[in-house]
Design a protein around this ligand. Structure first.
Ligand code: KG4
Ligand code: ZN
Length: 333
């Protein structure tokens, strides 16, 4: 028997989930809208809002799952990577809660948890598989050999794919986070309207900083000719930028699949909610015979359900940590 309470507080979502014998029975997500007006996450504000949200979110998750806190068997939490102040709120809460109830503690790596979200529902990928993990802070191709045996075989050398979306949105005067808005406008645009340069990076690594700069110059030059360019061409710009980012992401994923001779392919992280990326991956089912795994929308962006399922597999392996544990802003697998 295992009933696990899981806490996620690495960035701007305070989330609490319950996992009952491998099944997610609650996944409460309190989004922090306060950052919208600043055009990005303000770490100090994120910590404060986590502090306000965390107890109500725990109470709500217990109520939804119809679980009494005395029925819990463990407390899992995100140890890192993430914003240190934000992580501190979740880690401190988890430690105090576990101490008060005399429960074991489970430390979870946020990036591993994004990948393990594929083990919440069916169909589940078979080991070994490749996972493209794309979020606001990371872009990685991961060789997943087992639940906690993962190797990064490619990653971004500078900006993450989510940043490429968010920074483009900022150039276009769209509010933060811009990724979902670019996705929305892209649906009405022509993906081939404008062409952007593809970064020439060796091996399986990525780079998005030059790409972002090329978009900045492109918009600036077009606005010199027509100051209403962005307003008039918003859908085409969004569709073309999205098409380019998806192509960049997919090209390296195809290369990795060939190199490692693996056709079990998953995507994870906030950017895996992007409809262009999801459709491009689905198309690979037909064209390359890949078995593709795409997370449900609620498990793409940050959530505690993924921390709970990772916690469940650590619970089975009796992989616990002591009360001397501390958060890590940077954390390897
Ligand atoms: O995984 P996540 O929620 O947080 C991090 O761990 O970073 O990812 C957030 C990122 C943001 O950059 C956001 O713009 C992007 O995911 N994102 C999207 C979409 N939904 C979220 N990017 C493109 N299209 C979307 N539909
Ligand atoms: Zn994340």
């Amino acid at each position: 028997m295992s009933v696990i309470l899981a806490i996620e507080s690495s960035c701007d979502e305070t989330s609490v989930a319950i996992c009952n014998n491998g099944k997610i029975t609650a996944n409460v997500i309190a989004n922090q809208t306060i950052h919208e007006k600043y055009g990005g996450v303000i770490p100090e504000l994120a910590s404060r809002v986590h502090q306000q949200n965390i107890v109500p979110a725990v109470q709500q998750a217990l109520a939804i799952a119809k679980v009494n806190k005395n029925e819990l068997n463990a407390v899992a939490f995100t140890r890192g990577p993430g914003l240190l102040g934000a992580l501190l709120v979740g880690v401190s809460f988890a430690k105090s809660f576990a101490l008060a109830l005399d429960l074991p503690l489970i430390a979870v790596n946020h990036m591993q948890a994004h990948i393990l979200a594929h083990f919440i529902d069916e169909p589940k990928p078979k080991f070994p598989f490749l996972c493209l993990t794309v979020s606001g802070g990371h872009t990685q191709i991961v060789l997943v050999k087992d639940y906690f045996d993962m190797e990064i075989i490619g990653e971004t050398l500078d900006d993450a794919a989510g940043e490429a979306f968010d920074k483009t949105a900022k150039i276009l005067n769209l509010p933060y986070p811009g990724g979902p808005l670019i996705d929305k406008y892209a649906k009405e645009g022509d993906p081939l309207a404008f062409k952007f340069p593809v970064p020439q990076i060796q091996g399986l690594n990525y780079s998005f900083s030059g790409f972002k700069t090329s978009i900045l110059y492109f918009i600036r030059d077009k606005q010199k000719e027509n100051n209403l360019f962005v307003e008039q061409s918003l859908a085409d710009i969004c569709a073309s930028v999205q098409h380019s980012i998806v192509n960049i992401l997919l090209n390296k994923l195809k290369k990795a699949a060939k190199q490692y001779n693996i056709n079990e392919i998953a995507i994870a992280g906030g950017v895996s909610a992007n409809s262009g990326l999801r459709n491009a991956l689905l198309a690979m089912k037909e064209s390359a015979g890949w078995n593709v795994y795409i997370p449900a929308f609620e498990y793409c962006t940050d959530n505690a359900a993924m921390i709970a399922i990772a916690g469940y597999h650590k619970f089975l392996a009796e992989d616990f940590v002591g009360q001397d544990i501390s958060p890590m802003a940077r954390m390897n697998f």
